[in-house]
Design a protein around this ligand. Sequence first.
Ligand SMILES: O=P(O)(O)OC[C@H]1O[C@@H](O)[C@@H](O)[C@@H](O)[C@@H]1O
Length: 383
Amino acid sequence: MTGGLDTGRLEDLAAIEAADPEGMLRQVASSAAQVREALLLAAEAGVAALAADGRPRAIVVAGMGGSGMSGDVLAAVCGPGCPIPIVTVRGYRLPGWVGAADLVMAVSCSGSTEETLAVAAEAVRRGCRMLFVGGEGSPLAGLAEQSRGPFVPVRSVGQPRSTLWGLTVPLIVAARELGLVRAPDALLEAVAARLEEVAHRCRPGSETFVNPAKRIAAELAGDVPMVWGSSPLAAAAAYRFCCQLNENAKYPGVFGELPEADHNQVVAFDGFFARGGSGAADGDDDDDFFRDRVDDAEHGLHLVVLRDTDEHPQVSKRREVSVELARARGVAVTEIAAEGDHPLERIASLIALADYVTVYLAIALGVDPTPVSAIQELKARIV
Ligand SMILES: O=P(O)(O)OC[C@H]1O[C@@H](O)[C@@H](O)[C@@H](O)[C@@H]1O
């Protein structure tokens, strides 16, 4: 379904509702409630008991799409100083090194994603320590019952990707009990309050000039977004941003992380998708012909930089210069700063805004943010 690009739609509540028939905005607005509910469900499921066997050698999170994202959030929140590796496996195979000394967290909102089930079943066969997070009555819940691993039920709010916090909080509680991150209940409540605050700022009734998500969506509409994170934590949010561009807005998004993006993606500022600018043309006739065509283009490359407060000092310099290079070449730039002190607050603030931006972008483009028909068709054709 496409109604065509019309950013004016973002100013009209009735138009927003009509463009979001399955209520993706409501799903996104439930993030804070998910944090609170998941905290209770994790306690009821006895996640704390995982600590009885001591710290595992490594944590492996198995999950796809929105569920795999929970592993990236966990690793970002435990941070670069985490004493054990935290690895997200997105695929069918459990790496050969994973064994009984390791903790495998199998995460699937539906509880029926084939890659996740394959990895979880293999982990059970190898005698790994297990934690299951997913839909009640699902094949994943069945596997949890057979293997007697703790199972945290998740109530989907609609789509797996909008149930991110229900899927992620149990993992953070487990990591906290294992002494890998300081995340008392009060912190989780502060995160919930921050998610509520973002939801309020980005609510459908708030107009573009005061609504950061609508403003950024209107800026991005028609451009090719290149989304960079300025730390591993911000990079996890940048990846989420791109996935949400894909699934909510049915839109491309190019993911990058500093400093690596300065060694490859930065060169795209001089290429076909850049609108051009003072720094780009070099007088070569062929290049200038090419450049003129791009200069005239209404839309082009758009650098979105997710800024973390905890940046390596050299990366801060790289970020600043990268933005200068982009602007000098006519590449539009949007910078988004993480809010809060604790890594969980910072990543939650970035993800929450990105979630809203991508839903408003869908609405501005006239596409329904909820269905993912290409994924459904793909799954049906590989049975
Ligand atoms: O969380 P589960 O149910 O395993 O889904 C994992 C992923 O599956 C995909 O095919 C889509 O539905 C994604 O939006 C989702 O994030």
